[in-house]
Design a protein around this ligand. Structure first.
Ligand code: SF4
Length: 229
């Protein structure tokens, strides 16, 4: 297992302002700059990952390093793969524990966006780290509960976390009874090498989603279930 907890991290202010649709010359931009300076010492995103090998596959079962996952889509995605990279990444407890007054909704929203950017940067760093360290080409990922509950049930967060042991001690992430992660700005899943990029959004029919990364593809969804192997 490898832990990435000392990641060089500089928040891209221009990108944040663009994301928030805020004019660079405005008073809000000045206030955001001030908020960033205040929280900067606490921006310490973290990640951990394991290098795991697939030991056994069935119709909708994959045994990854002795941990059993049940998902037909995961199973098909890993058809030609032997080595995978289970991971958990987070914006970090230090940043998550910063609070702003509950009546200051605008600053709360800004802070939330800063946490999101820290997590996004961490995930990019992790993907690049994996590509370089293991000489990988294109990577795709799947996460329990992502897309729709049927694809890979969120309950399997439990199995995913079991790969790493005490995740709270290692990078400060806990799993709730309802399988959500704290800090909320945390992600988990499995990276795997692919020739054709896969996004869970391709199998997700949700009509309104600001985070959609690929169009819904009904035929692709059907292709995962077309034959029993
Ligand atoms: S479309 Fe939205 S809800 Fe659906 S998988 Fe993509 S990001 Fe998640």
């Amino acid at each position: 297992m490898e832990i990435l907890d000392d990641v060089p991290m500089e928040l891209d202010v221009d990108r944040l302002l663009k994301k928030l649709h805020i004019d660079k010359e405005s008073k809000n931009a000045e206030d955001i700059q001030g908020l960033i300076e205040t929280v900067a010492p606490a921006i310490k995103p973290k990640a951990l990952y394991e290098v795991s090998y697939i030991q056994h596959k069935n119709y909708d079962i994959v045994d990854i390093g002795g941990v059993i996952f049940k998902s037909r889509v995961l199973r098909v995605n890993l058809d030609k793969v032997e080595r995978v990279f289970p991971y958990i990444a987070t914006c970090g407890r230090e940043l998550d524990e910063i609070v702003v007054p509950s009546d200051d909704l605008l600053r709360q929203f800004w802070l939330d966006s800063i946490k999101e950017m820290a997590l996004h940067a961490m995930r990019e760093y992790l993907a690049n780290h994996l590509k370089e360290r293991y000489a990988l080409g294109q990577l795709s990922k799947m996460s329990p509960g992502s897309g729709s509950q049927d694809l890979w049930p969120i309950e399997q967060q439990r199995q995913l976390f079991s790969i790493f042991g005490n995740v709270e001690e290692l990078i400060g992430v806990t799993l709730t009874e309802s399988f959500l992660m704290i800090p909320i700005k945390s992600v988990s899943g499995i990276y795997f090498p692919t020739e054709i990029r896969f996004e869970s959004c391709q199998l997700c029919p949700r009509e309104v989603c600001r985070s959609r990364r690929a169009p819904y593809d009904k035929d692709l969804l059907a292709s995962f279930y077309k034959d029993r192997a």
